[in-house]
Design a protein around this ligand. Structure first.
Ligand SMILES: *Cc1c(COP(=O)(O)O)cnc(C)c1O
Length: 375
């Protein structure tokens, strides 16, 4: 059975193979030797040997896939990207301030998500805007030469892929080369595992799982060890990275089923050839779709070419009165959830790892056919 292609921005499509495996294992989970244990994963104690093995395999696969260096901790948390907007300043804003005092944090605002991060961090730190792309409608990444970095900031926050605006950093800035002593914090929620990460430039990365890793409910945090232990006294214990790390992400009950599902996705990614292979496919998918958008005047995408996201492709019909007809026809053609975010309008195709090239080819054919019959 051919499932429809699902372009949702998140929660997003999962690999069908992974869903089928989870269905098979739902009532009675088999271990690596195929030995069934009489329980589904949702019913297991997080401290039992069965779930421990699921957890350890998931963490090890992720470390291998993303090439996370040994001096970084991988934490499996809850609360999503939005909770991290508070949890990061609660843990890191005092890095370069007097112990226990909220310090200065810098924000590079490239779209809706970094804008939200800045606002939330203002509750727990002296949050400053280093630069903002808002005047340009968040259609480009402001060049580093125009960033106003504070001399005393504990960290600089970037959202490396702006899910709503479709703007992606193609390389991470080298803060040291820019004369900053701050750590780099990245929100990589919507492109994690779509491309490699240059960990030499990063202090902490966080992301919700529901875009590219698995189901909602799991939040991934990767943090360099030496950044632990600086939380403000008011930081909730369950959100103190040091506490979470010391307890192997089991200070409180972790989102066990979401960790299991993400673990299945990690195994699937390895079978696909790992992150380098995924990146090559993601480049091919993005080139195909942007090429189709740019090919005629019927569709358009306003993001500067060097800043276009490989994962989230917002596009518009020049004649917006055709939007509803476009979406109705798309659904009939097995192309789901293409409506753009309400703040941007138009359409958005999210083409994460789980979207095969055939899905993008089908979308492009539909777009061409729609133009032929409505142009
Ligand atoms: C989806 C998203 C978030 C918010 O995640 P929640 O899990 O809803 O809190 C934050 N940042 C980015 C870049 C996102 O795409």
């Amino acid at each position: 059975m051919q499932r429809p292609y699902n372009f949702s921005a998140g929660p997003a499509a999962m690999p069908a193979e992974v869903l089928a495996q989870a269905a098979d294992e739902m009532l009675d989970w088999p271990d690596a030797n195929g030995q069934r244990c009489g329980m589904g994963v949702m019913e297991m104690s997080h401290r039992g040997k069965e779930f421990q093995s699921i957890y350890e395999a998931a963490e090890a696969s992720l470390r291998e896939l993303l090439e996370v260096p040994a001096q970084f901790k991988i934490l499996f948390m809850q609360g999503g990207g939005l909770a991290e907007n508070a949890i990061v300043p609660l843990n890191l804003s005092a890095l370069r301030a007097q112990s226990g005092q909220p310090g200065v944090t810098d924000f590079v605002v490239t779209g809706s998500w970094s804008e939200k991060s800045l606002k939330e961090a203002g509750k727990y730190s002296q949050a400053r805007t280093a630069v903002s792309g808002k005047d340009g409608g968040f259609t480009a990444i402001p060049p580093v030469s125009g960033w106003h970095l504070s001399t005393d900031a504990s960290y600089v926050h970037l959202c490396t892929n702006e899910t709503i605006n479709g703007v992606e950093f193609q390389a991470l800035p080298d803060l040291k080369a820019l004369g900053s002593k701050a750590e780099l914090v990245i929100d990589f929620s919507s492109h994690v595992a779509s491309r490699p990460v240059d960990w030499s430039k990063v202090g902490l990365a966080f992301g919700g799982a529901q875009k590219n890793l698995g189901p909602a409910g799991l939040t991934l945090v990767v943090v360099r060890e030496d950044l632990l232990g600086h939380a403000l006294p008011v930081c909730p214990s369950a959100f103190n990275y040091q506490t979470v790390a010391d307890n192997g992400s089991m200070y409180n009950t972790p989102p066990t089923y979401a960790i299991y599902m993400a673990g299945l996705v990690f195994q699937w990614l390895k079978r696909q050839g790992g992150i380098a292979a995924m990146e090559a496919r993601n480049i091919a998918k993005a080139e195909l779709l942007y090429g189709a958008i740019d090919a005629t005047g019927f569709y358009m995408n306003g993001v500067a070419r060097g800043a276009r996201s490989r994962m989230n492709v917002p596009f518009f019909l020049r004649n917006e009165s055709l939007n509803d007809a476009f979406l109705v026809g798309a659904k009939a053609a097995g192309l789901l959830q293409l409506k753009g975010h309400k703040s941007v309008g138009g359409m958005r195709a999210s083409i994460y790892n789980a979207m095969p090239i055939e899905g993008v080819q089908t979308l492009v054919q539909y777009m061409q056919e729609f133009e032929r019959t409505h142009g």
